[in-house]
Design a protein around this ligand. Sequence first.
Ligand code: ADP
Ligand code: NA
Length: 323
Amino acid sequence: MKKRVFSGIRPTGRIHLGNYLGAVQNYVAMQDEFECVYCVVDIHALTTLEDTHLLQENIREQVIDLLAAGLDPSKCTLFVQSHVPEVTELFTLLGMATPLSWLLRVPTFKEKVKQQPQNVNYGLVGYPVLMTADIVLYKAEVVPVGEDQLPHLELAREIVRRFNDIFGETFPEPKGRLTSVPMVVGLDGRDKMSKSLNNHIELAATPEETMKKVMSAVTDPARMRRADPGHPEVCNIYKLHKTFTPSAVDEIAQGCRTASRGCVECKKELGNAINEYLAPLRARRAEIAKDQAYLDRVIKEGAEKARAIAKVTMVEVKRRMGL
Ligand code: ADP
Ligand code: NA
């Protein structure tokens, strides 16, 4: 039997290069070797309760992005989290096996408490439990994610171990699977490309939008003038070149260090390389977006397939918990 894979992505906007290079490219690559279950996690998107009027549109946009990226509904299960309500039931039950102290020490939670103390809700502290429920509802063994998600996955493993200790061996301990670019850097010089920092490029952006964003990116801050020698090792544009123009990086580094190459030229080349890389995906995206009936069918059939697995797991969980 093929090992089962699960991963989720929040419909907080369209998929960006960080999501794609860090996680989604593995979703696609794993479809043949594993039994893959991929989920647009709409309930998770509610922890911040912003832009809920955009939620339905964002869900569709993400499904289109995922299909354009290469997910094939005949090979994997692609569905929307809230369409399989068993996950909220499992979330409640797993909560009984999760010490509150584990959740309160999660770094991303502590960060949110500092950032928005007026909006620390119960859902936010429970986020890792819902994420664990997402994964174990399908008894997934492998979880393709970006590096930022590894601490959450470690917590999921702890919750699984505790549940299994109390109620008997029920769930496998899920393991993360990283790509060769597990942390994609941002255009503003920060370590992480992220939608909330607006330092990202959406897969669905136009070539013009993409170029504009790349041209406004931050390079080596110590390089004030064109004639100054640069330091590629601290430049995010250089780091992105490693992914998009791998055969030219030595020449780029050399040109930067000797100031024979300028940042403007370097960014233009990166923008062109990204646009070239994304062109086929963008063409597929435009085709898929035209067929709304196909999208409806994919989303509906995905939920049916996922729910069939979920129901079986819940019968076992309830029996083990004495319900
Ligand atoms: P975001 O962080 O943009 O809100 P999600 O939290 O929904 O997106 O993450 C979806 C997937 O994309 C996760 O597996 C996450 O680890 C991955 N991911 C997000 N940003 C990056 C990044 N900059 N580099 C690598 N992977 C990333
Ligand atoms: Na994330």
